[in-house]
Design a protein around this ligand. Structure first.
Ligand code: PLP
Length: 430
């Protein structure tokens, strides 16, 4: 907040496609898709219409013991993501809650089927699954969460694979140590493990850290072999971010729980979903006295306005992905990044897959800057002068544009980061 107070405020009053507009009429490309949520751009006429139509029906109805047709319709739509393999949907209103629900369902499921000792969780190093206590417990011990460690429950971790690619060119890739470590944990502890949780293909908050294609499939096979649930956290990777509706689909994997949020309602409204199988659902059925009830509910779970926008978004997204437009823009992003950053004296490394990317900065001579230099933050502030809103992570910048971004906008995005980097870093010592 000190930094926020000390720097110029930016109040955004309007949106238009990939652009945000401030009170003075200045236009900025939304280079982080309003925190990784935006799918079809801002102020989209089709989504606006869907929202207005629902608004004229009803704005909110609780899902606690009741239902509304747009939640039912969206559940049917979401079931098609897994070809009907995960037809059951538990709605919430943010990504952290979608994960909490998956963790609690997995834990309770094993108790309901008489395997009470299966209580453990295995997660991947560097993971980010949200900011609530349960999701912090299964997340990496980052500076975001370290302080709260004494209040977190224990989870086991396995190392992430080594992988880095940009524009389809793989710089390095080795998943063997990661998979061997996971297998060793499962061989030893499957009887006491409920689930493995994974952000598939890209760990967003870790800095767009990548896994090789096929890795998620290998993890899924190990989980199946050892009788442990697989939770895929596609809160970030779902809905076009990596060129398909889900990574699960791309990898040919059906997890036990699929968690969706950010892009689900296209960046319009808070909505999240945890999808699961008929088999897991049925374990929760029985007389009330059997104690099978899943006691979990959020006030705005499955809000009808969010569900209506989500349905309209999916209807638009499928043909957009099928047209090849998103794959083309992703490839362009990778090529533009390679052209701007390869061999640059201030660039430590860069990577891209789908519409995700990261460039890490470094001083020309020294190993790194002092923490308070805030190199990434300086670049992000300078980028505003070049008509771009973008978020830093430490000494890096993350590229997460709206899925509908146009080709000239991709070029603007990379050019603005490049110019901002030269301006902001040139004057720094080291
Ligand atoms: C953002 C994010 C979450 C948390 O979602 P919120 O809606 O912010 O609670 C969980 N997992 C991943 C992979 C995310 O990127």
């Amino acid at each position: 907040m000190q930094e926020y107070q000390d720097n110029p405020r930016l109040h955004l009053v309007r949106g238009e496609g990939s652009w945000l507009i401030d009170g003075e009429g200045q236009r900025y490309l939304d280079g982080n898709a309003s925190v990784w949520t935006n799918v079809h751009g801002h102020n989209d006429p089709d989504l606006n219409r869907a929202l207005q139509e629902q608004l004229s029906q009803v704005a909110h109805v609780t899902l606690l013991g009741l239902n509304h047709p747009v939640a039912t319709g969206l559940t049917e739509d979401l079931a098609t993501l897994t070809g009907g393999a995960l037809p059951r949907c538990f709605f919430t209103d943010n990504g952290s809650n979608a994960i909490e629900v998956a963790l609690k369902l997995s834990f309770q499921y094993w108790q309901l089927v008489g395997k009470e000792s299966k209580r453990g969780v295995i997660s991947m190093e560097g993971a980010y699954h949200g900011d609530t206590f349960g999701t912090m417990s299964v997340g990496g011990r980052s500076e975001f969460h370290e302080r709260f460690a004494p209040w977190l429950f224990a989870a086991q971790t396995f190392p992430a694979p080594v992988h880095s690619e940009c524009a389809g060119q793989v710089a390095r890739s080795d998943a063997s140590a990661s998979l061997a470590a996971l297998e060793a944990l499962l061989v030893r502890d499957a009887a006491t493990t409920a689930c493995v949780i994974l952000e598939p293909r890209v760990q967003g908050a870790a800095g767009m850290v990548q896994q090789p294609a096929g890795f998620v499939k290998a993890v899924a096979v190990l989980c199946r072999q050892h009788g442990v649930h697989l939770i895929l956290d596609e809160v970030f990777t779902g809905f076009g971010r990596l060129g398909a509706l889900t990574v699960a689909e791309t990898e040919g994997v059906v997890p036990d729980f699929l968690c969706l949020a950010k892009g689900l309602a296209a960046g319009y409204l808070p909505l999240a979903a945890t999808l699961t199988s008929e088999k897991i659902y049925e374990a929760f059925l029985g007389k009330f006295s059997e104690g099978r009830t899943f006691f979990h509910g959020h006030t705005f779970s499955g809000n009808p306005l969010g569900c209506a926008v989500a349905r309209a978004s999916l209807r638009k997204l499928r043909p957009m992905l099928a047209s090849g437009q998103v794959a083309e823009r992703a490839d362009l992003l990778g090529r533009e990044m390679a052209a701007a950053f390869a061999g640059h004296p201030h660039v430590r490394t860069f990577r891209q897959v789908g519409l995700t990317g990261s460039v890490e900065f470094k001083p020309v001579a020294a190993k790194c800057w002092p923490t308070d230099t805030r190199a990434g933050y300086r670049v992000a502030l300078a980028a505003r002068r070049h008509g771009l809103i973008i978020r830093p992570l430490g000494d890096s910048i993350l590229f997460v544009p709206p899925i509908s971004i146009q080709a000239d906008e991709v070029k603007h995005l990379v050019r603005a980061v490049h110019l901002a980097m030269e301006e902001a870093l040139a004057g720094l010592e080291y």
